[in-house]
Design a binder for this molecule. Structure first.
Ligand SMILES: [Ca+2]
Length: 402
C-alpha cells in the first residue's frame, strides 16, 4: 500500500504550524467519559485546552493568508452537531440535547423545528447527532436524523428516523433503522445522502472494539440504507446495511461528486486519528491495526493519520468551488482547528495536511460547504470537554475574500 501519506512526511508538514502538541496521554477525541456540563478538571485540561500559549503569533500570520473572511452568523447554540440547508433558504442545526433549530434570514428562530422526547436520550457523546435533508425536500419535506435512545431494557442504542417538515414543525414520520449499538461514548452519528441517493451512516463501537470486526454487528461500521430504510441489493454483505467495517468512531463523511469518491474521518484511540477513502466491503482495521499498519494488505490503511498528535476529527466537507476547490476540510475537536487536506489529482492520496484557524474558536464539531460557496463551521465548547466562552456555541461563516 503506497497510497497514503507517510508519518515522517506528514509530521514534517504538520510541524510548520502545529506547535502545540497535546499528547498528554488521555484517550483522544471523544473517548474520555465526562458528565454533562463542564466535565471533569482532567477533561478540561486535556481536551478543552485553551492553554496552548505557544505558536499564537505564527498562526496569526498563517491565518492572514487564508482566502476566507470569518464572521459569526449565530451564537448561543447548545452543542450543535450538524447543519443542513434546504432550497427555501432555511438552515437546520441539530443540538445534541435534542432540538433542531431553525435559522432563517440569518436569524436563529426561538422555536425549534422539533424537540425530541423519550425514548430520546442524551448522555456523554450521545444525543441528537446527524441530520440530512432529502434531495427532494421541497416536495416531500423529509429530513433524516440520527439520535441515541433508551431501549426497553434501559440500554443505550442509536436509530435513524425520517422526519416530515410541515408548517415550520417536524414530526417523526418513520423509523428507518434502530438498535445501532450505542453507549455513553462512541456513537458515530454522521449521516449523509450519497450521489447514489442512499443514506450513509457512521456508527461507533461503544467502547467494545470487537464489534468493529463483527460483520453481524452494526457497531464500528459505515452503513448504507435506502431513504425508505430498505437495504440496497448491491450492498457488500447480503441483506445487511453494512457498507464498510473496522471503524472505531467515524464522524465525518464527504464525497467528491466529480469522481464519486467517499472520504471519512475517524477518531483514533489516543492518536492515529484517520482520514480514509471508503470503499464498499473494505475493512479499515480497528482494533487490529492503527496508523500505517495494514497487516500486509489485510486492512485498508488510512490516506493520512495524525501520528502522535490528536486531531479528534468530526465533520468533514469536500470543497467544490472557490480558492480551496478540490480539498477536504475537517473539523477538529480536541485539535481546536480545521484541517485543510489536499488530495492528489486522482483522489487516492492525501498530499498535504495543514492546520488552520488553530485555537481561534476552540473545539470545532463540523464544517459544511454551502451551495453559496461559503463554509459553515460549528463550535462545540459546550459539549462537556471544552471551555465555553461568551457566545458559545457559534455558527461561523467563512466567506471567500474578493
Ligand atoms: Ca483504520
Amino acid at each position: 500500500m503506497n497510497n497514503r501519506l507517510s508519518v515522517p512526511l506528514y509530521a514534517s508538514l504538520l510541524s510548520m504550524a502545529l506547535l502545540t502538541a497535546c499528547t498528554s496521554g488521555d484517550p483522544t477525541t471523544e473517548s474520555q467519559q465526562t458528565s454533562q456540563g463542564q466535565g471533569t478538571g482532567q477533561g478540561q485540561t486535556a481536551e478543552g485546552g485553551n492553554n496552548s500559549a505557544g505558536g499564537g503569533e505564527e498562526e496569526t500570520d498563517e491565518n492572514a493568508v487564508i482566502p476566507y473572511e470569518a464572521s459569526v452568523l449565530v451564537d448561543g447554540l447548545n452543542v450543535p452537531w450538524e447543519l443542513v440547508s434546504v432550497p427555501d433558504g432555511r438552515m437546520f442545526v441539530t443540538e445534541r440535547p435534542g432540538t433542531i433549530r431553525v435559522i432563517e434570514n440569518g436569524e436563529l428562530a426561538s422555536e425549534p423545528l422539533i424537540e425530541f422526547s423519550a425514548p430520546f436520550n442524551e448522555e456523554g457523546e450521545g444525543g441528537l447527532l446527524g441530520l440530512a435533508a432529502d434531495p427532494d425536500f421541497d416536495n416531500n419535506g423529509y429530513l433524516y436524523a440520527y439520535h441515541s435512545y433508551l431501549e426497553g431494557g434501559g440500554d443505550i442504542a442509536n436509530r435513524v428516523l425520517r422526519l416530515k417538515v410541515s408548517d415550520g414543525k417536524a414530526t417523526i414520520d418513520k423509523e428507518l433503522l434502530s438498535d445501532i449499538p450505542g453507549g455513553v461514548n462512541h456513537n458515530g452519528g454522521r449521516i449523509k445522502i450519497g450521489p447514489d441517493n442512499l443514506l450513509y451512516i457512521t456508527t461507533g463501537e461503544r467502547y467494545e472494539p470487537e464489534l468493529a470486526q463483527n460483520e453481524d454487528s452494526l457497531g464500528g461500521k459505515i452503513l448504507r440504507i435506502g431513504l425508505d430504510g430498505s437495504i440496497p441489493e448491491d450492498n457488500p454483505w447480503p441483506n445487511s446495511p453494512v457498507y464498510s467495517m473496522g471503524h472505531r468512531n467515524a464522524q465525518g463523511l464527504a464525497w467528491n461528486l466529480d469522481n464519486g469518491y467517499l472520504y471519512a474521518t475517524e477518531h483514533g484511540q489516543r492518536n492515529f486519528d484517520e482520514i480514509n477513502r471508503i470503499e464498499a466491503g473494505e475493512n479499515y482495521g480497528w482494533p487490529e491495526v492503527e496508523g500505517d499498519d495494514d497487516k500486509n494488505g489485510t486492512y485498508q490503511a488510512p490516506l493520512a493519520h495524525s501520528g502522535d498528535e490528536t486531531w479528534a476529527p468530526s465533520g468533514v466537507a469536500f470543497i467544490k468551488e472557490g480558492p480551496w476547490a478540490g480539498s477536504l476540510l475537517a473539523a477538529n475537536l480536541r485539535g481546536e482547528q480545521l484541517l485543510k487536506i489536499t488530495l492528489s489529482k486522482d483522489g487516492t492520496q492525501v498530499t498535504q495536511v495543514e492546520p488552520i484557524f488553530k485555537d481561534e474558536w476552540g473545539r470545532i464539531r463540523n464544517v459544511t460547504s454551502g451551495e453559496d460557496g461559503k463554509l459553515y463551521v460549528l463550535t462545540n465548547n459546550r459539549d462537556g470537554r471544552g471551555s465555553p466562552r461568551d457566545g458559545d456555541d457559534q455558527l461561523i461563516v467563512l466567506t471567500p475574500k474578493p
